[in-house]
Design a protein around this ligand. Structure first.
Ligand code: HEM
Ligand code: HEM
Length: 183
């Protein structure tokens, strides 16, 4: 099933969720690991380039994902969790969507303000801002704070998913897996 059913997220939502989760985690790992290589070295440049490219891909895919998620019904969790959990989960999802949009935009702008060209598959992206080194530094701080907020939300999100499965013993995670694997 491509679209969601009454018990499971459909293939489109699952592919976008797990695919984007994987590349976002890779991109965070890449930017954290680049520090271990000397300035000017090839591995350092390659890790940063992977970080930039993945960010731009996330910014493209998020619109497809939002269209897919908001044009479909979310499969209900059974047994039904308390209302506060539902509200907190929705707020964290909203925060994650905002980060998936804002982080790449801020990232692209901070590179361009620093007089660097951002490309996708070798094609330069249109300029979102002019060159302004001070602005670039401010954006870098925004990017950093937002990135760490996003990491905190991802940790809370994964912990909540495990909690639902192991402690509340409901179908929260099973809904995000292919139906055959668990029914
Ligand atoms: C989903 C998208 C993105 C996520 C989750 C993300 C996350 C992060 C994280 C965790 C850091 C390390 C914190 C820091 O030291 O500032 C970082 C740094 C950085 N990011 Fe991103 N980022 C994303 C997109 C982008 C994009 C699209 C660009 C540029 C095209 C970009 C450019 C940078 C730069 C230049 C740094 C600073 C690296 C350094 O310390 O020298 N990011 N990002
Ligand atoms: C790798 C471990 C992860 C696990 C086990 C996991 C698990 C889940 C589960 C079970 C749901 C369904 C929740 C519900 O319907 O209430 C979900 C939804 C969601 N997850 Fe994750 N997730 C992971 C990583 C991520 C990452 C890295 C992101 C980063 C942005 C993310 C963003 C979202 C969003 C926005 C939703 C709402 C539905 C959607 O847009 O697909 N997840 N996740």
């Amino acid at each position: 099933m491509l679209r969601n059913s009454s018990t499971h997220y459909g293939a489109i939502a699952r592919l976008l969720h797990w695919g984007m989760a994987a590349i976002i985690i890779l991109s965070i790992a890449a930017v954290e690991l680049h520090e271990f290589f000397p300035k000017g070295s090839d591995p350092r440049a390659a890790l940063m380039s992977a970080h930039f490219q993945i960010g731009v891909v996330v910014l493209l895919l998020i619109w497809v994902r939002l269209a897919a998620i908001f044009s479909d019904k979310v499969p209900p969790i059974t047994p039904v969790p308390p209302l506060w959990q539902h509200i907190v989960a929705k707020l964290v999802h909203l925060g994650l969507y905002l980060c998936m949009i804002a982080l790449p935009i801020v990232g692209i702008m901070m590179r361009q303000a620093d007089d660097k060209i951002v490309t996708l598959l070798g094609i330069p992206l249109p300029a979102l801002t002019g060159v302004n080194k001070e602005f670039a530094e401010s954006l870098e701080e925004v990017h950093e704070v937002m990135a760490y907020l996003m990491i905190a939300m991802i940790i809370a999100h994964v912990a909540a998913a495990i909690w639902h499965h192991r402690v509340q013993k409901d179908n929260t995670i099973l809904r995000m897996l292919p139906p055959r694997a668990n029914s």
